[in-house]
Design a protein around this ligand. Structure first.
Ligand SMILES: Nc1nc2c(ncn2[C@@H]2O[C@H](COP(=O)(O)OP(=O)(O)OP(=O)(O)O)[C@@H](O)[C@H]2O)c(=O)[nH]1
Length: 491
């Protein structure tokens, strides 16, 4: 009972240690890997993408801004306005050349004196302050900055959504005389964004200073304000911080973690937002985590099974070692006493006879003296074997101590015990022991006694001892019986 509870305590402790060990290692390495990926994304991947896109933008959007700036300071354009806009073919040829040379979708000029809107094919219209589509011009007119970038529809280009760079034109005294610039279709820009996204595997979009999504790839369906977008809304105020350095942010959406790099681009008055869903990057680490857990569970189970097996085997061996004599393999005296008590109770209850034979090798000291201790040990082993073979399965042989053996005969009357003792004596007397290549004859003396009801254990063994002593004193190699007071002494 105690052994099994100690065993389960041992197994519980091993399980706890294994679980703690494995979990600490696995969770620790998972956290380190996940944080390394995250750190890599935050510190390198996102800023790098942001930088790359920024330089691409400079090529793709800032180039038109630069062209618009050149147009605004072009002496021909300014002189033509100041000279009274006489020959319209001149300005349309100029705008057509700009458009074709720089590959723009449209090139335009609005004169402040006439409110005429010119494009590559001539005069398009006259802008009007009350016209919604012309609001941009009156805004540019009052604008403090040199130019603005405006996403609007282009009347000169079948109302296609276009990004216009509207640059103020000033005369030589710094007075406002009109607006000029070029336009790119939004489709072109969307394609550019899509190519960025495909190249960098990240979600890329632009918002204006109010957080309105101005430009995004085709895959982005929500085009409202970031303040209304689920997840992003929680960090909207941190995004719109007008910081030209990249700001690293994070938000959660649908249980997934999204890292974001935001930077303000003053030339556009827009924010460039680059997002990366970290869950995708962490997925392989999660798979390894699950695999590690499975492997650890299997290893733990194997360790527990092996431990259980080893403990059981050691327990078995301990039981064996504790109960048997290591030289002869017979029961030892301690174990025998337990067995004897059981046999005694059994005999009492069932009213069956129980006999004991105590025997001792005659002059065994001579064997040791003449042939050595090891030869003596071999003799003890052989006598144990002979005795075991002479008995029934139910009889119990014990090494009582030294060269003394005790046999317990269950359900055996005294006469039968005597016959058996005599037979054993004869067998050993007939046996030839070979010691140091010499044939040696040995004998044993035996004392028999029958257990009498309610007899104490020491009294019973003392009677057996008395009988053995009698056999010795009568000349050895014989059997003597010790009767109890109530027994018939005629044998
Ligand atoms: N080899 C060996 N000898 C043992 C062992 N146990 C006891 N002996 C020896 O057994 C001998 C017993 O000697 P004694 O008690 O004098 O008895 P004996 O020589 O057998 O003489 P009697 O019993 O009087 O016939 C001693 O020499 C012990 O050392 C053992 O395990 N191995």
């Amino acid at each position: 009972m105690r052994l099994s509870s100690e065993k389960s305590r041992l197994l519980t402790w091993i399980s706890i240690l294994l679980i703690i060990g494995f979990l600490t290692t696995i969770i620790g390495s998972y956290i380190v890997s996940r944080d390394t990926i995250r750190q890599n994304v935050v510190e390198q991947a996102l800023p790098l993408t942001s930088d790359n896109i920024y330089s691409e933008i400079q090529k793709d959007i800032l180039r038109p801004a630069f062209i618009s700036s050149l147009m605004a300071s072009d002496t021909f354009l300014r002189d033509w306005i100041l000279a009274g806009e006489a020959d319209q073919t001149q300005i349309s040829r100029y705008l057509k050349e700009v458009k074709e040379k720089y590959g723009m979708i449209s090139a335009f000029m609005v004169s402040d004196r006439t409110d005429h809107y010119y494009y590559a094919d001539g005069l398009l219209k006259t802008v009007r302050e009350d016209e919604h589509r012309d609001e941009w011009y009156f805004r540019v007119r009052k604008m403090k900055t040199d130019y603005e970038i405006n996403v609007d529809i282009d009347m000169a280009n079948r109302d296609a959504m276009t990004i216009f760079i509207n640059h103020r034109v000033l005369d030589y005294n710094g007075n406002f005389i009109g607006a000029t610039g070029v336009g790119l279709t939004l489709d072109t820009m969307t394609d550019i964004i899509d190519s960025y996204q495909a190249r960098f595997h990240r979600n890329i979009y632009f918002t204006d200073h109010d957080g309105k999504v101005m430009l995004a790839g085709k895959s982005m369906t929500e085009r409202g304000r970031i303040t209304d977008m689920p997840g992003v809304a929680s960090i909207a105020s941190s995004i719109l911080n007008r910081d030209v350095r990249p700001t690293q942010l994070e938000y959660r959406h649908n249980g997934e973690s999204v890292l974001m790099s935001s930077r303000f681009i003053p030339e556009l008055d827009w924010y460039l937002l680059v997002e990366q869903n970290i869950t995708d990057d962490v997925l392989p680490v999660r798979k390894v985590f699950a695999l590690n857990i499975a492997i650890s569970a299997i290893v733990s189970i194997l360790i527990l099974v092996l431990t259980l097996f080893a403990v059981n085997r050691y327990q078995q061996r301990l039981r064996l070692i504790a109960g048997t004599d290591s030289l002869t393999g017979l029961l030892n005296r301690q174990a025998f006493e337990l067995v004897f008590r059981q046999a005694m109770l059994d005999a009492e209850r069932r009213g069956k006879p129980l006999c004991a034979i105590l025997f001792d090798i005659d002059f065994f000291k001579n064997v040791n003296d003449q042939h050595g201790h090891l030869a003596g040990d071999r003799v003890l082993q052989q006598i144990a074997d002979i005795t075991r073979n002479a008995l029934r399965e139910s009889d119990i042989v014990t090494r009582w101590g030294g060269e003394e053996f005790l046999i317990l005969l269950k359900d055996c009357p005294l006469e039968q015990a005597h016959t058996l003792a005599e037979k054993l004596r004869q067998t050993i007397a007939d046996h030839t022991f070979v010691l140091d290549s010499k044939n040696v004859k040995l004998s044993i003396s035996l004392g028999i006694t029958q257990y009498s009801s309610r007899e104490s254990l020491p009294a019973f063994f003392s009677r057996a001892d008395k009988a053995l002593y009698e056999a010795k004193s009568k000349g050895r190699n014989q059997v003597a019986v010790s009767f109890s007071d109530s027994e018939d002494r005629r044998m």
